[in-house]
Design a protein around this ligand. Structure first.
Ligand SMILES: O=C([C@H](O)CO)[C@H](O)[C@H](O)COP(=O)(O)O
Length: 174
């Protein structure tokens, strides 16, 4: 989104109309406006920041309802009181909540995906996990009850990204 803009969404959807297109907008304000831009370009799901104002989340959800598409609340940067905020944003109508440690958080010494999984189990609402998922951790994400496992670096940094994605999918669905 940052380098190519919303046109990339239309191009990807046109090339792969049978695939779900997840647009990781990480919207922090003007939720309805930003989500509408992405849905009109062909997005099937968008993210809004879970840390954003409740009205920003509600706006994105309103756009999702208008287009019959999904809005995901991304909990990146929310660490203190995360379970409580996960439950709050779930009530605002998002399809699921992404419990997410971003790349900068992952780079800190002692980072572990375990705290994300624990919060997912505790929150009791539909959730996804993002935060450095690898082939050896993706099964634990499924076992914690996540609806979706988001893997970035494990695919795009792999020598053979297609093979890496296939292996992750196999272990996630076993
Ligand atoms: O959303 C992401 C991050 O904020 C950079 O944009 C990543 O796509 C997400 O964290 C998944 O990537 P990995 O953590 O490398 O699996």
């Amino acid at each position: 989104m940052k380098s190519a803009g919303i046109g990339a969404v239309s191009a990807i959807k046109a090339a792969h109309p049978d695939k779900l297109v997840f647009v990781d907008l990480k919207t922090a304000d003007a939720g309805e406006l930003e989500a509408t831009l992405a849905f009109e370009a062909g997005a099937d799901l968008v993210t809004v920041m879970g840390a954003a104002d409740d009205d920003t989340v509600r706006g994105a959800v309103a756009a999702g309802r208008k287009y019959g598409k999904d809005v995901v609340a991304d909990m990146i940067t929310v660490v203190e009181g995360r379970v409580a905020r996960i439950r709050e944003v779930a009530k605002l109508g998002v399809s699921f909540v992404e419990i997410h440690a971003g790349l900068d958080e992952q780079a800190r010494p002692g980072y572990s995906i375990a705290t994300l999984l624990q919060d997912g189990r505790e929150a009791g609402v539909p959730f996804s996990i993002a935060g450095g998922i690898k082939v050896d951790t993706i099964a634990s994400v499924r076992e914690a009850g996540a609806k979706v496992a988001v893997a970035g670096g494990a695919i795009y940094n792999a020598p053979d990204p297609g093979a890496a994605a296939a292996e992750l999918k196999k272990r996630a669905t076993r």
